[in-house]
Design a binder for this molecule. Structure first.
Ligand SMILES: [Zn+2]
Length: 266
């Protein structure tokens, strides 16, 4: 069954992963800019990372028939030093013009600090000014609900349209409010944190399938680049129709991402 993995950090994955994903039906990925597992020592480190996302990864993915798109930003984990973050923000507009860049992301909050919020607000303003889609990272565990609300408040204060924003890593206690305020929501399928495939299917059964997608968020840590097709198996095992599986993992991401004129599966 063909699918889109709309949140995966392929820079941290091997070429064999692209091959296995293609065999499992993956036709496109979108890769948000995020933390590399260590803090970069200079703004130039981000510049080279953005070059990798916009130049090298699309070519590596294309060898397996997978379309590669990405999102550009300074992530919340490295936004605690505003002067440093603003050096990076200065060259973001240059990358927003690249052919595979769909918008600004994954922006958001990590520890819900004042500095993180200031840099988040500046990047939301940048996205609104450049008419970009926005992909939002939400904090872990006990910080998640508060961080999700702070982020939605900042988006609304800046005049961002909820239908052009996806709030990612939702869980049982945040998904209702995110959808209720008009945003799109992403469920991240991790082997032992965020949503497992089983919990994600529980959420679909409870909240329906409108404005909802699933992703692997595969990266350099404990994660699984094949978690989207594994969730397909769980949905089918429970007796859900193929149409629902396709809606969650292909039609919904296609509908959201197609709001960017650069997104195409041709
Ligand atoms: Zn991520």
């Amino acid at each position: 069954m063909k699918y889109i993995d709309p949140h995966i950090h392929m820079v941290s994955r091997t070429t064999d992963d692209y091959a296995r994903m293609a065999q499992a039906g993956c036709v496109a990925v979108t890769e948000p800019a995020f933390w590399a597992g260590f803090d970069r020592s200079s703004a130039q480190g981000f510049y080279d990372y953005f070059r990798q996302l916009t130049d090298y990864e699309p070519r590596r993915a294309a060898q397996f028939g997978i379309r590669h798109f990405c999102w550009i930003c300074i992530n919340p984990k490295e936004a605690e030093d505003p002067a440093f973050a603003r050096e990076v923000i200065k060259f973001i507009p240059e990358f927003l013009g690249k052919p595979n860049v769909l918008g600004v992301g994954e922006v958001g909050l990590n520890k819900n600090t004042r500095n993180e919020l200031a840099i988040l607000e500046e990047q939301i303003a940048l996205a609104v000014e450049h008419e970009q889609l926005i992909l939002v990272h939400t904090p872990h565990l006990e910080d998640k609900l508060k961080g999700t609300r702070l982020t939605m408040d900042a988006l609304e204060a800046a005049g961002a349209q909820p239908g052009r924003v996806l709030i990612d890593h939702v869980e049982e206690h945040t998904v209702g409010e995110v959808l209720g305020r008009g945003y799109w929501a992403g469920m991240t399928l991790y082997p032992d944190s965020k949503c497992t495939p089983q919990r994600a299917v529980d959420i679909i059964e409870q909240f329906g399938s409108e404005r909802l997608w699933i992703n692997s968020a595969g990266d350099w840590g404990v994660s699984d680049p094949l978690s989207v097709p594994k969730c397909h198996v769980e949905m089918l095992r429970r007796g859900h129709p193929r149409e629902l599986v396709e809606k969650i993992s292909y039609e919904n991401p296609r509908a959201f991402l197609s709001q960017s004129p650069k997104f195409s599966l041709d």
